[in-house]
Ligand binder design. Structure first.
Ligand code: R5P
Length: 296
């Protein structure tokens, strides 16, 4: 039986491209907030015995979790057989250990919740640092889609003489794949985080790279301080044009505008979170991943 797609608000565009790429239909549902803020929903498409794909990127996860739980519970109550969450951006992976006494290891709690409400998760480049795989915390099947091949393709088509730069050790995993895919040189910088919105980045000598276009690649752009600090330094070193590529464009507050103001010539992101900077469309590879996972 063909699966049905349900999209949480803000994910309609990705759900539509996903539907076109797979041929799966989009299910109808009605939802709104009561005046007191509580969530109302009503499923309007038949779901009995069906496989459902819920599309919801998890930026601002706290406001999405109740609608997701209610949607999944209602679909199950109405007889849906299998419910897969397609969350191109998966939140709450940062707190993967107790850094200080008394802290919650929220990545584990979030994963436990999802493992209860869904039968599987498909996501793009989750921010795994101390975990080697999502399976360490999710007890349901998970599938990770790498954005690197599409990013490499974008760089190949748009940038001449790129130098792919990772702003910190953690970005090394993505940067090496992207550089291999583009067949270009890369280097990884050293970052010290001083606070939620303050980072210090240490640069090696870059004189021998003059004539290249620095392309900074990172997984998440949140406060954008990592990108801003790197761009500003590269501009001071005399690189005329600096390009920033992010997999997950969170862009908290005015950080996108601040990054442009810092002198980034181009800011390009993948459509794991809907944003005006989305230029790298992952719907085709996401559709292939979900197909492999189900199969559709
Ligand atoms: C951290 O390790 C991540 O890879 C990103 O570098 C980080 O999340 C970026 O955060 P921000 O945009 O707030 O500097």
């Amino acid at each position: 039986m063909a699966p049905l797609i349900f999209a949480l608000p803000g994910n309609e565009k990705l759900a539509q491209s996903f539907s076109e790429a797979t041929g799966a239909k989009i299910g109808n549902w009605n939802h709104r907030r009561f005046p007191d803020g509580e969530f109302y929903l009503r499923i309007e498409s038949p779901v009995q015995g069906k496989t459902i794909v819920i599309v919801s990127s998890l930026k601002d996860p706290d406001e999405k979790i109740t609608p997701l739980i209610f949607l999944s519970s209602t679909l199950r109550d109405l007889g849906a057989e299998k419910i897969i969450l397609l969350a191109p951006y998966l939140a709450y992976l940062r707190q993967d250990i107790r850094f200080q006494e008394g802290e919650g290891i929220t990545s584990r709690y979030f994963a436990k919740l999802h493992s209860e409400w869904f039968d599987g998760i498909v996501t793009v480049d989750p921010h795994l640092h101390r975990y080697t795989s999502l399976n360490e915390i999710y007890s349901i099947p998970t599938k990770v889609v790498p954005a690197a091949p599409e990013i490499s393709e974008w760089i190949r088509m748009n940038i001449s003489r790129p130098l792919v730069i990772g702003p910190d050790q953690e970005s090394g995993q993505w940067v090496s794949q992207v550089a291999t895919g583009t067949g270009t040189p890369s280097l990884i910088l050293e970052k010290t985080r001083k606070g939620d919105r303050e980072v210090e980045i240490h640069f090696p000598k870059l004189d021998s790279w003059k004539g290249h276009t620095p392309v900074i690649v990172d997984d998440i752009i949140s406060s954008a301080k990592t990108m801003i600090t790197t761009v500003s330094h590269l501009k001071k070193l005399g690189f005329p044009s600096v390009v920033c590529i992010g997999v997950h464009p969170i862009f908290a507050g005015n950080s996108y505008e601040e990054l442009l103001a810092a002198g980034a010539e181009k800011v390009v992101t993948c459509n794991t979170i809907s944003h005006s900077s989305n230029q790298i469309d992952l719907s085709r590879i996401l559709a292939a991943a979900v197909k492999e996972f189900l199969p559709l």
